[in-house]
Design a binder for this molecule. Sequence first.
Ligand SMILES: *Cc1c(COP(=O)(O)O)cnc(C)c1O
Length: 392
Amino acid sequence: MEFGKFGGQFVPGPILKAVKEVEEAYNKYKHDETFLKDFEFYLNTYANRPSMLYFAKNMTNDLGGAKIYLKREDLNHTGAHKINNVIGQALLAKRMGKKKLIAETGAGQHGVATATAAALFNMECEVHMGAVDVAKQSLNVYKMELLGCKVVSVEEGLKTLKEAVDSALTKWSTELEDTYYLIGSVVGPHPYPTMVRDFQKIIGKEIRAQILEIENRLPDTVIACAGGGSNAIGAFYQFIKDSSVKLIGAEAAGKGLDQIGDHAATMTLGQEGVIHGMKTLVLKDKNGEIAPVYSLSAGLDYPGIGPEHAYLKEIDRVEYVAITDEEAVQAFEYLSKVEGIIPAIESAHAVAHAIKLAPKMSTDQIIVVNLSGRGDKDVKQIAKYRGLKLID
Ligand SMILES: *Cc1c(COP(=O)(O)O)cnc(C)c1O
């Protein structure tokens, strides 16, 4: 396994063959200078990197403890860190001679990112989405269509993400020759968790250079939210060897940790298991089946986690905390009011932990919060959570 006892390639025969092809291609290109130059070129000229590291002065003064910096992944093109990964994988797909990108999406964020990369690189795109999600996320469906992508509405089972994954994988297995399966986080069979981390580690690489430039020292703590775990591992990776830097992942406690189905706190309450082709920590119900999960935040609403996180928890290198819906919404409102930055509700989970932690630290200490995305997409939902009704 790639990460202690976690990782692996738990997929059936025909898909395993396609996954091996991705693995071979990634091994070939991951150190290839022109490939890496190309990747950097599109990050800098299309995705708007490097993203800024902003000293949150108002928040720091208000909380009265550690200095807080925000890594502004929300300012990337398409409004989140996801663009880093889709550019990397689309470039690899091109190198492999593939003409089409296929992906699944829950709330639609990864679908929109994949459709963006397909448009950029002149590729066909097909995104599978549960029919229930299609109905809920009509704006993202329309965005994907604008970007030239075909959205397949999946009518099987509960008509949500799980069925969308099955449907996209089945379709992929019938057209392996021309199609590349683009996974949206550090999850799935090897090499995806490693490859996606490599495409996201630019976040921590930049944080490191920027904080050394501004403060001439490393941060004491880096905090990021964790759904599948890609923005978190991206922010953490460059600091794993620096034992002085505390790394904290914030996952979704939803309505609370007491009841299965009320949260998505995989790191806090998960057990070893296999999901989506990888061995990792998984939330299970009493019968040992994958448990239903819930979070107000669509991006954190996942019953598994990237296998590298399971490993980093096991070796005690990263601490994972669970943040409730209510805490995240309060942080969403707080950052908007205090700094003029409306964060994604996912990112607000990381902000919420910083709000708890900063006052307990001294004024010469430093926290970096990875602001994985912007909150425009969430405004309507938060208004509703607060009992307001916005008129269309
Ligand atoms: C998708 C998404 C996430 C969750 O994905 P990770 O792989 O855990 O990073 C977090 N924040 C934002 C803004 C997202 O769009």
